[in-house]
Design a protein around this ligand. Structure first.
Ligand SMILES: [Zn+2]
Length: 349
């Protein structure tokens, strides 16, 4: 295999990506960054009405296409209510547990473009005042944002420009340990996005000729269920979602290998295409795990449900503690990068 994984460059790009706030519905800045990246590496692309980018690299065969997608949107929240105390109630964007963001620093993005800092807390946090706080539900009622401004009532908060409908992003707290773990929020799915961008860059820099025209679909609405399910070029035969592997009790996935998904909540992925990915991994000596994700859907299954006639599959890096403070290891990124490389150079079934 003539592919070399650019570890530090990939990790630096990943850090840049997670540090751009991009809850689903508020992805203009991250998609502008993507567009700039594609311009710099000289890849043709188009932007869809929904805000996604479809980059295309022509291959030897231009009648059968393949498509790879990763998503840049992340979990986040919206201001639901300005409370009489001047603090904020939140409404979730995407699916997570409130305890996963309790204590997290956040930014409120006002309509005028101001960024106001705050902390997500239980209303009943102070142990010197609230006796039974541990027994209370972490939910929309009890979770609030303490704003880092001198406010004690709703009018003062509104004067800052904060209103219902403002987006709230969570600090990623990116850290690369000297043991090569990456700890950060939003590794789902910015880890895969970084891998796709790096792959396109390598194709251009090395002037590799791909066997088939290949689309790289950077989607921006996956966490809310409709990322890459439109504007799919009609020649597309194979559709691969590059998204996180789910780790937990009874799961095969881990933080060191590439996870290939056989089935998730949406049903089985395309059997022959999935087997083909496993055979590629075996042939190239790529460490992989074949797994089933119990509570999971992807842009590939969303595309199938939207009615597209494609063969669909899903693989990606294993992400520990998904939709919370996530972690993976560079080994998982490397194995995913290698499978991506061998896949884009393989035959379409
Ligand atoms: Zn994801």
């Amino acid at each position: 295999m003539s592919f070399t994984f650019q570890q530090q460059e990939t990790v630096s790009l990943l850090k840049q990506l997670v540090e751009i706030p991009s809850p689903s519905g508020y992805t203009k800045e991250i998609m502008d960054f993507m567009e700039q990246f594609l311009k710099e590496i000289n890849v043709d692309y188009k932007r869809t009405n929904k805000g996604a980018l479809i980059a295309t690299i022509k291959g030897d065969n231009d009648t059968k296409h393949r498509l790879l997608t990763a998503h840049t949107d992340t979990l986040g929240a919206m201001v639901k209510e300005v409370k009489s105390s001047g603090r904020l109630k939140l409404s979730m964007v995407g699916g997570f547990n409130w305890n996963a963001v309790e204590g997290e620093y956040c930014t409120i993005h006002t309509a005028e473009g101001k960024k106001i800092r705050g902390t997500i807390l239980m209303h009943q946090t102070t142990v010197h005042v609230y006796k039974n706080a541990t027994a209370l539900a972490r939910d929309e009622q009890n979770i609030e944002v303490r704003i880092d401004e001198k406010v004690t009532n709703a009018d003062q908060t509104r004067k800052l420009g904060i209103e219902v409908g403002d987006f709230v992003s969570f600090d990623p707290r990116f850290e690369q340990t000297d043991t090569c773990f990456i700890k950060s929020r939003h590794l789902d799915d910015k880890a895969s996005t970084a891998l796709l961008l790096q792959l396109m860059k390598a194709i251009k820099e090395n002037s590799w000729t791909l066997p088939y025209t290949t689309h790289f679909y950077i989607s921006n609405n996956e966490e809310i269920g409709f990322g890459g399910n439109s504007s799919i070029p009609e020649q597309t035969v194979e559709y691969i979602a590059v998204d996180m592997g789910a780790i937990g009790d009874g799961q095969a996935s881990d933080e060191y290998t590439v996870s290939i998904c056989a089935k998730d909540s949406s049903g089985p992925y395309h059997y022959e295409l999935t087997r083909n990915l496993v055979e590629l991994a075996k042939k190239e000596g790529i460490d992989y795990k074949l797994d089933i994700y119990p509570y999971y859907g992807s842009d590939a299954s969303a595309a199938i449900r939207a009615g597209f006639d494609v063969k669909h599959a899903l693989f990606g890096p294993g992400i520990e503690a998904s939709h919370a403070y996530e972690r993976t290891h560079v080994d998982s990124l490397e194995n995913t990068a290698k499978l991506l490389y061998s896949y884009i150079n393989s035959e379409i079934l």
